[in-house]
Design a binder for this molecule. Structure first.
Ligand code: ADE
Length: 247
């Protein structure tokens, strides 16, 4: 039997998982054992009776930094969840300093046969030496979900996991639903409509009712192009470059 894609979260808030990922597509896939999720509570590795996990930053300043040794122990424990030497999960640290999350990156992570181990930081972050160590030893990568600062990595990890899980084989009913979607093609989605034909004095574009699949396809392509050109000139440029290369 093939092993499901296995995500392990290292966090001070294990109760945040699976959270929203227990619903919708990811939740169904979890029920069907198409992927699985484990959490490791970083606080379990605290060494004093107050269960302290952080300390003041060298050099001064506000906030607290998560202690290297505690995070390191938690990461080492995650290795026990992947005992097969063939299993090499991608180690990830969620941080605004990371590589921006894109569809391409989500696709790459979802094709890692084993899965991911995700470290979620809190406070002002994690002692950088532990990040450096796991980068050097296990190829850890840092990922950001956007240019804004969240109060911890947990929400970012939920976003990352949602983007990956829907791309796992068999999770979406139509496999090719994901290969023709936005960001795979560098075009935003065309506009969609359903019944009724007239709503609030607004009608559905006539062509979509014609039953002419060729014309409908053309209309959708045009619609996707116009929307991309107007809303995302950066993506439009990528689209133009990729179509030039292919022609
Ligand atoms: N932790 C805090 N902010 C974040 C962000 N934007 N992306 C990933 N992890 C984060």
């Amino acid at each position: 039997m093939i092993k499901p894609w296995h995500a392990t979260l290292l966090t001070l808030f294990p109760e945040m998982f699976p959270g929203p990922l227990g619903h919708s597509i990811a939740g169904k896939a979890l029920e069907k054992k198409q992927w699985k999720i484990d959490t490791i509570n970083i606080r379990d590795f605290a060494k004093d009776r107050h269960h302290t996990v952080d300390d003041t930053p060298y050099g001064g300043g506000t906030g607290l930094v998560m202690i290297a040794d505690i995070v390191h122990e938690a990461l080492k424990t995650s290795e026990n969840l992947y005992p097969d030497p063939e299993d090499k999960p991608q180690y990830i640290y969620m941080t605004p300093r990371g590589k921006p999350l894109t569809h391409t990156l989500a696709r790459q992570l979802s094709t890692n046969k084993t899965g991911v181990v995700i470290l979620c930081g809190r406070y002002e972050g994690v002692d950088d030496r532990v990040i450096e160590h796991w980068r050097e030893e296990k190829g850890l990568i840092e990922i950001s979900i956007g240019d804004y600062v969240l109060s911890g990595g947990e929400m970012a990890a939920l976003v990352l996991l949602d983007a990956c899980v829907r791309l796992l084989p068999g999770v979406l009913i139509k496999e090719d639903a994901t290969t023709s979607e936005s960001f795979e093609t560098n075009l935003l989605e065309f506009s969609q409509y359903t019944k009724p034909r007239v709503w609030n004095n607004k009608t559905v574009p006539e062509i979509l009712l014609s039953g002419d699949h060729g014309k409908i396809e053309k209309w959708r392509q045009n619609c996707a192009k116009e929307i991309t050109k107007n809303r995302r000139p950066d993506l439009w440029e990528k689209y133009i470059n990729s179509t030039e290369k292919n022609s």
